[in-house]
Structure formats: C-alpha cells, structure tokens
Ligand binder design. Structure first.
Ligand code: AMP
Length: 281
C-alpha cells in the first residue's frame, strides 16, 4: 500500500493506479476504522481494479463546540487494517496540505445542507461537500463508496455530483452494526458502559417504526409518535431529530407511498449518534 501525505504524491499514485483503463474506487474516511469502513473498502475492492482510501479528520465539518480535538485517531492501526484489505493507495494529508492559508472557496449544496444533521450542525455539510469535492479532484476516482449510515450525507453528495457533473459513480453501502444492533461508528468509542446500553434506543425506536410499518401503518406522524414513546423510556438520551423524509430531497413525508428514509440522531451523554432505516411499501 502506498501511503501519500501530499497532494502531488496522491495525484501521481492515483494516476498510476488508474493507468491502462483500470477502474479506481475511493473510500473517504476520517479514520479510527471499524468494520463499517472496511465494508466500504471490500465493496470497492469487489467493484474496482484499484482502491484508494483517504483518512482525514476534516476540521471544516466540525462546529466550534464539537469534538474535533478529541476525535479518535489511530493511524498505525488503520494502516495495518487497510494493508490487510489489500488497499492500493492511502491518502492521509495534514490539515495544512488540504487547507493552505487563504482558502475562501467552498462547495455548498443549498437547501439540502440545512436539513437533518445540517440543521443541528450549521456548516457541517458545507465542510463535507468541500472536502469530498477536493478529494474527487485530487484522486479522480471512477467510483466513490459511502455508508448508508450517514444517509443525509449521501443525499447531499449525490446532489453535488449531479449538479456539478463530477464524473464519479456514488455507491451506497449498507449499515454495519454491532451484534446487538448498534450502528458502528468511530464515536461509539466515547460511550461508557451505561451510555453504550442506552445507545440501543436509537435502533429500538427504528425497529418499533418498522414493525408498525409492516403492520400497515403509513402515516408518518403516527410512526414518529410511537418511536418517540420508545425514546421516552431512555430519558438520559436526548433526541436531536427523528424524521421521515424523501431520501433524495430530505423533505418530510406525510404518508409513506414510496421508498422513504427514517432518520434519527440523538445525544447519548455528549456523544451524538445517528441511525436510519429505509421503508419500502
Ligand atoms: P467517517 O469516518 O465516520 O467519516 O465515515 C466514513 C465512511 O464510512 C462514510 O461514508 C460513512 O457513512 C461510512 N460508515 C461509517 N460507519 C458505518 C457503518 N456502521 N456502516 C457502513 N458505513 C459506515
């Protein structure tokens, strides 16, 4: 695996990996890798000839009071995991490399970026789309792999790619969960034992909605109301949002008549966790 810290090195490595018509897949990450990330790498390996992974804790997608400084970093372990998966190129730049002094240009997907996580984390998606656009320009992948776990992020990136004509296929990969159902996340490492147990309420609220949906309930407000009752059983967990939306526009849906996204975010202690479910009538 070739490890690149600078943009010229990464560009050269990706052009090399691309040579003679090879299909290059990119998996963007912030590191502290777990099985969720590795599932994206495996999907990329299966669908592409060469795979590049990026590890970059992107400061512009964190708010001023968020966890940027304490975000888990375990570079050596991540390298070993990626090496074992047979990754060809690892791009792990510094903040100065990606954001030299004086950067004033941003990529903003208007509208979508203010919904769901964008509402609770102003500026978050502007940071995400800017860094993903930069990675696409630097590495020029044919396909890029993202987790369905961050469903709003996926919608925003798909829209950016469509609106700005990036020549890249966006591939969504299913949520990877712990054996008890908690969606894997680098932030799960923040949870103490008690919080780890409380965190299951996200998954339980979604299961409740899925059950009622399977029993024929199609009115979003009713599904949300019973999921909120599940949340009420875990008073230590503060619900951020629980919404039933169109998976492309992220606009609320009143009655479920086509594929619909149920997305939830909640604070378990000071840790913000996400989960979601797709309902298909
Ligand atoms: P992150 O390092 O948190 O920025 O995540 C990098 C990529 O991994 C994103 O596309 C995430 O959606 C994806 N990802 C994170 N957790 C999971 C998971 N549990 N299952 C599937 N993909 C995930």
């Amino acid at each position: 695996m070739q490890i690149c810290a600078t943009i010229p090195e990464a560009r050269a490595a990706s052009r090399d990996a691309h040579s003679s018509g090879k299909r290059l897949g990119l998996v963007p990450t912030m590191g502290a890798l777990h099985e969720g990330h590795l599932s994206l790498v495996r999907a990329a390996k299966a669908q592409c000839d060469s795979v590049a992974v990026s590890i970059f804790v992107n400061p512009t997608q964190f708010g001023p009071t968020e966890d940027l400084s304490k975000y888990p970093r375990q570079f050596d372990r991540d390298c070993q995991l990626l090496e074992k998966e047979g990754v060809d190129v690892l791009f792990a730049p510094s903040v100065d490399e990606m954001y030299p002094d004086g950067q004033v240009s941003w990529v903003l997907v208007e509208g979508l970026s203010e919904k769901l996580d964008g509402r609770s984390r102003p500026g978050h998606f502007r940071g995400v789309t800017t860094i993903v656009a930069k990675l696409f320009h630097i590495l020029e992948p044919d396909a890029a792999f993202f987790g369905q776990k961050d469903a709003a992020q996926l919608a925003v990136i798909r829209r950016m790619v469509r609106d700005l004509n990036f020549p890249v296929e966006i591939v969504a990969c299913p949520i990877v969960r712990e054996p008890d159902g908690l969606a894997m996340s680098s932030r799960n490492a923040y949870l103490n034992r008690e919080e780890r147990a409380q965190a299951l309420v996200l998954q339980h609220s979604l299961q409740q909605m899925q059950q009622e949906f399977q029993n024929g309930e199609r009115i979003a407000a009713k599904l949300i109301s019973s999921a909120k009752k599940v949340f009420a059983r875990e008073p230590q967990v503060a619900l951020d949002y629980l919404e039933i939306v169109d998976p492309d526009t992220l606009d609320p849906v009143e009655r479920i008549s086509q594929q619909t996204l149920v997305a939830v975010a909640a604070y378990v202690g000071s840790t913000r966790l996400l989960d979601n479910l797709v309902l298909n009538p």
